[in-house]
Design a protein around this ligand. Structure first.
Ligand code: UDP
Length: 455
């Protein structure tokens, strides 16, 4: 046991864009609470750290924030998010290395003894390798997405690259990849066989897929055993030491969610399983036509609803919509999503199927109506509809007025909706069981503690 000579110091390195840093911070908080004698340094860009602080993160004494450079050269600026990601990634190997040095300096010279990083940051694995310490990546998305990326080379060989290489194959089932046999070619994230193969994110994910099986001491997944046994088997075959230890938002002590628009008291006035919650995450705003159709569909369905819609997108709502629905609808620019889904009045969740949203829907036992956009969202949506049977995907993949009315009728009022709710309740019970003492996620969390303490 080397920890007696060198007090353990764990550096957790976030991918500082989108919602990636949130689950890593939740993991860091759970680790810091479980190992009070260990130092934890949480590394992300100043902008990302500020937004986590703004989210109310209160840190334990053994967990500190360490800023990472954003990679934007002095005197220049990066306008769009893609440019920001590109600049960060092109300097990422040096940024991560310097960040780890800074973490050590700020901890009074205590050398970093383990690197936990967002799985995207394969270069954190390289840095750990050079330092001779274990690297544990966290995959924050759906496990199906990770399986797809891990099998990038196989998929390219079997299907070919580009739309022309695989005409007519979009509906083929991916039964040659353990864990993906319920999914089709068309459900794959872009950047594997179609879409931009050479974008900075696609190249990053390809390198990640090569680095993880070679260099990771374990791979943490925001998932739990039994949610999809075929995915469990696929991960066990493809990864060294997979550790599904989620849902991480149940594992870590929860932060209070602000409710500035009083959504929760509003829900108190509604019957069980009657309200539709609409939310497309933090990145995506659906195309204008789909926002208008969704509004028309909500109006026609007659169901009460809460819609988390960015302020800038409000002008896309049909004229008079807010006025005509104000008795039974709330449109807010930020909603306490977990609290809403966990409220007894929540009856349906219209979602883009970002993995955090899917897990939050599952742990609340609320059936989903899915409109996926990019990344792992399409695979997640397919699992919701075809593996777990706890929701539907919009017909034709896009929101229409009729599609909205029909899907809400099925989920809120139909027999199939009742069965979806029952199946969702079973998954919810499994998730809660997994994070209890002795449950599979809490056992995997203990395994992670052992790895970071090298005992
Ligand atoms: N979220 C929220 N209120 C909102 C919008 C989003 O609390 O009004 C939270 C949601 O609960 C989830 C996260 O933001 O935890 C979105 O993550 P997800 O992976 O679903 O989607 P992304 O934003 O990464 O596309």
């Amino acid at each position: 046991n080397s920890s007696a000579e060198h007090p353990p110091h764990v550096a957790l390195v976030a991918f500082p864009f989108g919602t990636h840093a949130g689950p890593l911070l939740a993991l860091a908080r759970a680790l810091a609470a479980a190992a009070p004698a260990t130092t934890f340094s949480f590394l992300s860009t100043a902008r990302s750290l500020a937004s986590l602080r703004g989210g109310g993160a209160v840190l334990a004494g053994n967990l500190r924030f360490v800023p990472l450079s954003d990679g934007i050269p002095e005197g220049s600026s990066a306008a769009g998010i893609e440019e920001q990601i590109g600049m960060f990634l092109s300097a990422a190997p040096a940024i991560v290395r310097k960040g780890i040095e800074a973490a050590s300096a700020e901890a009074g010279g205590a050398a970093v003894s383990c690197v936990v990083s967002d799985a995207f940051l394969w270069m954190a694995g390289k840095a750990a390798e050079e330092m001779g310490v274990p690297w544990v990546p966290l995959w924050t998305g759906g496990s199906g997405g990770l399986l797809a990326h891990l099998h990038t080379d196989l998929l390219r060989r079997m299907i070919g690259v580009g739309e022309e290489a695989n005409p007519g194959r979009a509906d083929e089932i991916l039964d040659f990849i353990p864990g993906l046999s319920a999914h089709r070619v068309r459900d794959l994230p872009e950047g594997i066989i179609f879409g931009p193969l050479n974008s900075s994110i696609s190249l990053l994910l390809h390198l990640m897929a090569q680095q993880i099986p070679r260099a990771a001491a374990a791979v943490v997944l925001n998932n739990f055993h039994g949610l999809d046994p075929s995915v469990d088997a696929g991960l066990a075959a493809a990864l060294p030491n997979p550790l599904p230890l989620g849902p991480i938002h149940l594992l870590a002590p929860p932060l209070a969610e602000p409710d500035p628009h009083l959504c929760l008291p509003w829900l108190d006035r509604h019957g069980p399983a009657t309200v539709v919650y609409v939310g497309f995450g933090t990145v995506t705003t659906p195309p204008p036509a789909e926002i208008a159709w969704l509004a028309e569909g909500l109006k026609a369905s007659g169901a009460p609803f809460i819609w988390s819609l960015k302020e800038a997108a409000r002008e896309l709502l049909p004229p008079g919509f807010l006025l005509r629905t104000r008795e039974r609808g709330l449109v807010v620019n930020w909603a306490p999503q977990r609290g809403i889904l966990g409220h007894v009045a929540a009856g349906a969740f219209v979602t883009h199927c970002g993995w955090n949203s899917v897990l939050e829907g599952i742990t609340a036992g609320v059936p989903m109506v899915c409109r996926p956009f990019f990344g792992d969202q399409t695979l997640n949506a397919r699992a919701v509809s075809h593996v777990w049977g706890i929701g539907e995907v919009f017909e034709g993949g896009v929101v229409t007025k009729e599609g909205t009315v029909r899907a809400l009728e099925v989920v809120l009022r139909g027999e199939e909706g009742k069965r979806m709710r029952e199946r969702a309740a079973e998954l919810k019970a499994m998730a809660v069981q997994a994070v209890r003492p002795g449950g599979s996620s809490s056992e995997n969390f203990n395994k992670l503690l052992k790895i970071i303490h090298r005992n």
